[in-house]
Design a protein around this ligand. Structure first.
Ligand code: SF4
Length: 514
């Protein structure tokens, strides 16, 4: 029998290795043949470690499983889907999963991340095979027509970026994948690297064909040592299988990929400081122009995309741009892997076509707060995203609706807070975060972030509220207009949304409960 136990960081953090060992021990003691396959995670984190077994109707899940459950699971005949108090039924029918539209994460949690055979058996490499049969311009056209936009935050059309690099003549071009997933509450890149790394490799290979690049880099944040390890091993497997390397799947195009580990700077998620870091320099933002499409890594034309953007390309090539564009709304086409975290009952990965409301995400999927208290604020798009009050939970999650509501979608991170949150402290945190992570290149961010935190301290202390709130608003305007990159340029979103929607938290008398 085959038993699937996740080896993803989320599952490992709650004892998945010990569970795998306990199942192996119990099987050996009973003389039962069991093959334990380590997979990625399905992204249903409250059920981890989620153990699955094959049945004629599909995989049956048990979770969350503890090592001490092993004997009882065998007694219950779990290898044949037997009943047990932790039996969840068919995993594909768990509503949290069944209600999703998993295009990018279709295989995550299902396959052995280091088995190319498994990847192929579950539909992998079909997008690349089609790309190999197309002319480079046609690949670019396909991505443009799909409407795919950058999943890293800015939402720039991916196909336009690819087309720009394709049109530049150069002896050397690069593909750079941004996996410096630093936003609070985000984990989609990590899940892919640990659960379906060949998808990312396939997506980057498609990009290399489109623009004529022969070398790729994946920049992985330093806090992801396990993802780095799995992804590096996946690169070795892909190379050994002839998917990448001197010949891309037997074609006359060479393309190899190197994984690089960052050094712990949030700003290296900004594309130009990431390039500096990749070149071995301090992660400091570059002035644009020149755009990386013209002069990027080592001064060569470079495609830089978020990992989720690359991971969307294989589906688009396999199924066609029109099929992809049928998902989503307006100019936000395709699917977005939302990541639900913070004070929420059912945290995890929820991939949906663009357009659900925040309420659907945090209430229908998330089940409200974990504390059981009312939702007071939801931050969307990382530490520089806006805070939404409960009254705005019907805001749609697409690029345009988010912008209209004064926020941004970012990398799709959604963090929930209950009514015990102190929004003045959250606003202070935004400035303090910016001060800590600022690369120091421009004055509004380098100095403004520290002054901002100090000014909010004065508001919290009850000193001349009106003057200091006006100062904060003024500072936000300066930082928005005068910062060189999005780190300083977006800090106004969390600060002003906190002030505008939760102004009562900035009144001292109220803070003291008077
Ligand atoms: Fe550096 Fe901040 Fe200026 Fe960005 S806004 S370039 S992080 S100092």
């Amino acid at each position: 029998a085959r038993v699937f136990v996740p080896g993803d960081s989320s599952a490992l953090s709650v004892g998945a290795d010990a569970v795998a060992r306990a199942i192996a021990r119990e099987a050996a003691a009973r003389g039962v043949e069991v093959e334990i396959v380590r997979t990625g995670s399905r992204g249903l984190f409250w059920l981890e470690p989620l153990v699955e077994v094959e049945s004629a109707r599909g995989r049956v899940g048990y979770g969350p499983v503890a090592p001490a459950d092993a004997a009882a699971l065998f007694d219950a005949g779990f290898l044949n889907g037997g009943d047990h108090r932790k039996r969840l039924g068919l995993v594909a029918e768990i509503p949290y999963l069944a209600r999703q539209q998993r295009l990018v994460f279709a295989r995550c949690g299902l396959v052995d991340p280091l088995s190319i055979e498994d990847y192929r058996a579950h539909g992998g490499l079909k997008g690349l095979a089609r790309a190999l049969a197309l002319r480079p311009e046609s690949i670019v056209d396909e991505i443009v027509a799909s409407g795919l936009r950058g999943r890293g935050g800015a939402g720039f059309p991916t196909g336009i970026k690819w087309g720009a690099v394709a049109s530049v003549r150069s002896d050397q071009k690069y593909i750079v994948c941004n996996a410096d997933e630093g936003d609070s509450g985000t984990f989609a890149d990590r899940m892919l690297m640990e659960g379906d790394p060949f998808l990312v490799i396939e997506g980057m290979a498609i990009a290399s064909l489109a623009v004529g690049a022969d070398k790729g880099y994946v920049y992985i944040r330093s806090e992801y040592p396990h993802a780095y390890d799995v992804f590096s091993r996946a690169l070795d497997c892909a190379r050994a299988a002839g998917v990448i390397g001197a010949s891309l799947m037997g074609a006359s195009h060479a393309f190899d990929i190197e994984a690089r580990l960052g050094a712990g700077a949030y700003v290296c998620g900004e594309e130009t400081s990431m390039l500096e870091s990749l070149e071995g320099k301090r992660g400091e933002v570059r002035v644009k122009p020149p755009l990386p499409a013209v002069s990027g890594l080592f001064g060569k034309p470079t495609v830089i995309n978020n990992m989720l953007s690359f991971a969307s390309a294989p589906w688009i090539l396999e199924h066609g741009s029109q099929a992809y564009a049928e998902y989503g709304v307006g100019r936000s086409l395709g699917s977005q892997p939302f990541q639900l975290a913070g004070n929420v009952r059912f945290g995890g990965l929820v991939e949906l076509a663009f357009g659900p409301t925040l309420r659907q995400l945090v209430e229908d999927f998330g089940g409200g707060t974990r504390s059981g208290r009312p939702i007071r604020a939801v931050q969307v798009g990382g530490p520089l995203g806006a805070y939404f009050p409960a009254a705005l939970l019907d805001t749609a999650l697409d690029y345009e609706a988010m912008t209209r509501a004064g926020g941004l979608l970012g990398h799709g991170g959604v963090v929930v807070f209950d009514d015990t949150v102190d929004m003045a402290r959250q606003a202070r945190f935004a400035f303090a975060f910016c001060a800590k992570e600022s690369c120091g290149k421009c004055t509004p961010c380098r100095i403004g972030s520290t002054r901002g935190a100090e000014t909010i301290d004065r508001i919290i202390a009850g000193q001349d509220r009106e003057t200091n709130v006006a100062l904060v608003r003024d500072l936000c305007e300066v930082m928005t207009d005068g910062s060189l990159c999005a780190l300083g340029g977006l800090v106004a979103l969390p600060v002003l949304s906190a002030l505008d929607h939760f102004g009562e938290d900035f009144v001292k008398a109220r803070r003291l409960g008077a």
